[in-house]
Design a protein around this ligand. Structure first.
Ligand SMILES: [Zn+2]
Length: 300
């Protein structure tokens, strides 16, 4: 008999654009700890909807690094690239509600508007090529309460404009795919990096437009170097050492504002994670970017 589905369902959703870097490890550990603390499930989803940016084999590499860090998905791993029919169905529902429209505007068409799509299209209908599909941004503010960042509100019409949910090249946009998958997978809690905070109001809008529940959100602080700069690409891209993941896990724990002494003497990944899960206190997570010494000890 199937066990009753747990109340808490969290997820970690990496894009296979390279190896798991330290900033992503913090998001993985953070979402894992929230799920374990709630006695819930932790599910990995691969967000592979942008082939030009993807690296062959990066999905398996990321999963192997997570496994070396003691974290494996509680359910089979979902690949967004195999779920286009679900996204197409959602787009059809939006179209039926007149919430989306086809758009042939190019990036350069939108330049005079600061990249924000104006109320009416600049480019004319062009039957010779596929359009992108855009969602109408509402005239009112979209707001939600974040467990770490507090109240977040955004005027989508002013700050973002009508945004793309299906690209002209046929691929579905991240915003739509994430909303469809979170609902289909019954995700109750989204714990991820604050770099995605700006995307959340768009996702909340899509949830409402599709009649889907809005999960709870917790956006983790970004990891920065000692001078307060976002970790440089080269530095943050330093791979986690799978043969010795303990330093990276300790650094991730500290990036989440948790006390080092709890796990300092843990001699294995399993012991470290058990101690961390037992002592994890979400209210210690800071709101602002955290300067962290990178696990490799490289000087920033
Ligand atoms: Zn347009």
């Amino acid at each position: 008999m199937e066990p009753p589905s747990p109340a808490y369902r969290g997820r970690f959703a990496p894009s296979p654009t390279g190896r798991l870097h330290f900033g992503s490890l913090v998001a993985a550990v953070g979402s894992w700890l929230f799920a374990r603390a709630a006695g819930g499930r932790w599910i990995v989803r691969v967000e592979d909807l942008d082939p030009p940016r993807e690296v062959a084999g990066a999905d398996l590499d990321i999963l192997a690094t997570l496994a070396a860090c003691g974290m494996t998905s509680d359910e089979p791993i979902v690949y967004q690239s195999r779920r286009a029919s679900l996204y197409a169905e959602a787009l059809a529902r939006l179209e039926a509600r007149d919430a989306v429209y086809p758009c042939w505007c190019s990036r350069s068409d939108l330049e005079p508007f600061g990249g924000i799509h104006p109320a009416t299209c600049v480019a004319l209908r062009d039957a010779s090529r596929e359009p992108a599909w855009r969602v109408r941004a509402p005239a009112h503010t979209i707001a939600f309460d974040d467990a770490i960042q507090g109240r977040v509100a955004q005027d989508l019409a002013r700050d973002v404009g009508d945004f793309v949910v299906r690209r002209a090249d046929g691929w579905f946009a991240y915003q739509l795919a994430v909303v469809v998958d979170d609902a289909a997978q019954g995700i109750t809690d989204i714990v991820r990096g604050a770099d995605l905070l700006d995307s959340t109001p768009r996702q909340v809008l899509l949830q409402r437009a599709l009649g889907l529940p809005t999960p709870r959100y917790a956006h983790l602080p970004l990891v920065v170097d000692a001078r307060g700069h976002k970790l440089s690409k080269s530095l943050s891209a330093l791979p986690i050492d799978r043969a010795d993941p303990l330093p990276a896990l300790r650094a991730a724990w500290q990036a989440l504002g948790q006390p080092a002494e709890v796990i300092n003497r843990s001699s294995s990944v399993a012991k470290l994670l058990a101690a961390a899960a037992a002592a994890f206190a979400p209210d210690r997570i800071p709101r602002t970017p955290q300067p962290v010494r990178t696990p490799t000890g490289a000087a920033p």
